[in-house]
Design a protein around this ligand. Structure first.
Ligand SMILES: Nc1nc2c(ncn2[C@@H]2O[C@H](COP(=O)(O)OP(=O)(O)OP(=O)(O)O)[C@@H](O)[C@H]2O)c(=O)[nH]1
Ligand SMILES: [Zn+2]
Length: 353
């Protein structure tokens, strides 16, 4: 199997019917450090830089992210990224602190491992937040409840996750006792598929990565010297190839995981429990807040719908709406500004100054 295939090229290329422009090479981004991009191409790892068009003409969301497939122009051992190839999906969150910005954490992933620690920090509604955002991004979740060694009865936590009424696989794990590790390796993570690990700081993502990859399979870097001796590149990477051939993206700890509104996404689709209860609402456009004939509120009052789940729904929906409004405002302001400059130009033309 050639290197690109090991990184999932075939499945990606076929699913999106990708063609590479003449003279360019496909490569996958495995790490980004400032303006330096590290990629794997068909002959191994290489360093890459942005072409001028990307450097000066692209929005930050359009720039290469870990997991992206790109078209490179090769120049000796260096690559120039000419184009970011279409993405099958992108995992994003609201950029911490910023109001309207979406930060893309990784792209082209087959599933996300949402890692939560079963210590005092465990909070099932935080998990809900991750699941909502993943669904908004069109990415399948796998829940990992780590540090199971710390609790007497981990089944209590499984029941807690069931409160969310989502059809999501849940795995109890411990990197310490190794509980669930074989299951992850053999049944969850599939060769040539790409996974991303997300979860707050301290839940055990690095420990999990260490447990999964004793002796990471590193590819050898391309060389420029005449004797073509393989040079071992030791870049710190973000996308790892595990011994079973699966690909895992590690993200640094996230204190904030702000939801964004994704275009074309009806908010209620993201909340299956609410959507089910809403089937009985009197009006099809019911906002489930204080409307008469709202079956969702009735379900909460009658004890048929978890009030915490309902609260979380209101909170996340509000956050998404706020994000949406700010984006709309920004676009409108942009348009107004455009109109203003056009008018000013016309005025200047007319009065010739
Ligand atoms: N008891 C117990 N402790 C664990 C387990 N897994 C990780 N830890 C501990 O939890 C702490 C945090 O683990 P890390 O792997 O660094 O967590 P992380 O998610 O990578 O954190 P960031 O790098 O900040 O994102 C460390 O002290 C680990 O030893 C586990 O299964 N059981
Ligand atoms: Zn309603």
């Amino acid at each position: 199997m050639n290197i690109l295939q090991l990184y999932g090229w075939e499945a990606y290329r076929e699913s999106l019917s990708i063609t590479i422009p003449e003279g360019l090479t496909p490569a996958r981004i495995i790490s980004i450090k400032g303006f330096k991009y590290y990629a794997v191409a068909d002959d191994g790892e290489l360093e890459a830089e942005l072409s001028g068009k990307l450097l000066y003409g692209a929005e930050s969301e359009e720039l290469p992210k870990v997991g992206d497939w790109v078209a490179l122009m090769r120049y000796d051992t260096l690559g120039y990224i000419i184009e970011v190839l279409p993405r099958s999906n992108a995992l994003s969150r609201k950029t911490p602190g910023a109001q309207t910005q979406r930060q893309i954490l990784a792209t082209n992933v087959d599933a996300a491992l949402v890692v939560q620690g079963l210590d005092r920090d465990f909070n099932v509604m935080r998990l809900e937040r991750y699941l909502v955002q993943l669904q908004a991004c069109g990415i399948a979740p796998v829940v990992i409840l780590n540090k199971a060694d710390l609790v007497d009865d981990p089944n209590v936590f499984l029941q807690d996750v069931e409160r969310l009424q989502r059809d999501v696989p849940v795995h109890l794990c411990s990197t310490l006792s190794r509980l669930g590790m074989d299951d992850l390796r053999h049944t969850v993570l599939k060769p040539q598929r790409t996974y991303i690990m997300i979860g707050s700081s301290g839940v055990g993502k690095s420990s999990l990565l260490n447990a999964l990859l004793p002796g990471v399979v590193q590819t050898t870097g391309a060389t420029s010297d005449a004797n073509h001796k393989g040079k071992h590149t030791t870049t710190t990477r973000d996308l790892f190839r595990l011994p079973n051939g699966s690909l895992l993206i590690d993200t640094p700890g996230m204190r904030e995981f702000g939801v964004t509104a994704e275009e074309g996404q009806g908010t209620d689709d993201l909340f299956p429990a609410i959507q089910r209860a809403a089937q009985g609402c009197k009006f099809s456009d019911c906002d489930h807040i204080d409307a008469a004939g709202c079956a969702v509120i009735a379900a909460v009052q009658q004890g048929d719908l978890d009030p915490d789940l309902y609260d979380s729904y209101l909170k996340l929906k509000k956050e998404q709406r706020r994000f949406e409004i700010r984006i709309e405002d920004k676009k409108r302001l942009g348009k107004q500004f455009g109109k203003l400059t056009r008018e000013a130009k016309n005025y200047r033309k007319k009065y010739k100054f």
